[in-house]
Design a protein around this ligand. Structure first.
Ligand SMILES: [Ca+2]
Ligand SMILES: [Ca+2]
Length: 300
């Protein structure tokens, strides 16, 4: 009897040890999907609808205004951070376009473009923490991040379309030039303020940040999305193309192009570039210390 008890106790003990070992193993070796879940990307559900995309200014880039209808979708509340991008890099040993192919990097300094060697998302040339938005990522890098995350989470994660981005920035398509309304307010975004010391800086404003700011440092827009104006430009899925006046439903941009869209302006931008309708773009394999991204997903 005693012998049996000892054996049972020993077995239970071994089981406990085994559980502990498994738990320990899990803690030290998280599966890739738990790593992806651990990114903690928060999404905001956005009810679709019909709006007049573009227009609001006389800039030909955002003309003509045209009617766009969107289905429901979700956008990340924040720009993707350095910490989140690092999880992806460590899981995949991914090398960004610039780490692989570019030894030199064009970086905006105080007054002009300079070539600086060795700049990357890890070391953009200014201080950053894991809570700052990732920069120096190309459209290819942003897309690779989305593809990895889609596999890990077993759901399609992607860059927002340009129409989704603008509709969200305009709080479901309102006729507002800035995320909060029509009047510029230098306290509501990280842009080229007096700290930036750049030729476009507005010295009358002090937003507290010379370069990037931790995501969510400024008030969200009415939908609860942060940094839709300023901080870093955000890559969208679409190729850059001229707008058509035709009505469109869930547009995805032209089939081909030279540049991919970026939206929202950045820490280096003057207010005009932080407007909801402002469009810019770049080659898929180029980037700056002020380009980043946020992710989106369709609602099934
Ligand atoms: Ca600033
Ligand atoms: Ca932004």
């Amino acid at each position: 009897m005693l012998q049996k008890t000892v054996i049972v106790a020993a077995s239970v003990g071994l089981l406990v040890i085994e559980f502990l070992r498994i738990d320990n193993f899990k803690a030290q070796n998280p599966t890739s999907s738990s790593r992806a879940k651990g990114l903690g990307i928060e999404f905001v559900r956005i009810q679709g609808g019909t709006f007049e995309m573009g227009g609001l200014t006389d800039n030909p880039d955002n003309l003509p205004a045209h009617t766009v209808t969107l289905s429901d979708y979700e956008m990340a509340k924040y720009e993707i951070t350095v910490g989140q991008f690092r999880v992806f890099v460590e899981a995949t040993e991914y090398q960004t376009t610039f780490e692989k192919y570019w030894q030199e990097y064009i970086n905006n300094s105080a007054q002009e473009f300079l070539f600086i060697k060795g700049v990357s998302w890890k070391k953009p040339g200014f201080p950053q923490t894991d809570k700052h938005p990732v920069t120096c990522v190309t459209w290819l890098d942003a897309t690779a991040f989305c593809e990895w995350l889609s596999q890990e989470l077993k759901q399609k994660i992607r860059l927002p379309t340009e129409a989704e981005w603008e509709y969200a920035a305009r709080s479901r398509g309102e006729k507002i030039l800035f995320c909060w309304g029509n009047t510029f307010d230098g306290r509501k975004l990280n842009f080229a303020d007096k700290n930036t010391n750049y030729k476009r800086s507005l010295d009358d404003f002090d937003d507290g940040f010379p370069r990037t700011a931790p995501v969510g440092s400024f008030p969200p827009n009415a939908l609860g999305l942060y940094d839709m104006a300023g901080n870093v430009y955000e890559w969208c899925q679409d190729w850059y193309g001229e707008y058509s006046a035709a009505e469109q439903t869930n547009p995805i941009g032209p089939p081909l192009g030279n540049f991919h869209i970026v939206r929202g302006g950045a820490w280096i931008s003057e207010p005009t570039y932080c407007q909801t309708v402002h469009r810019d773009g770049h080659y898929e394999d180029r980037t700056y210390t002020y380009y980043g991204f946020r992710v989106a997903r369709s609602v099934r």
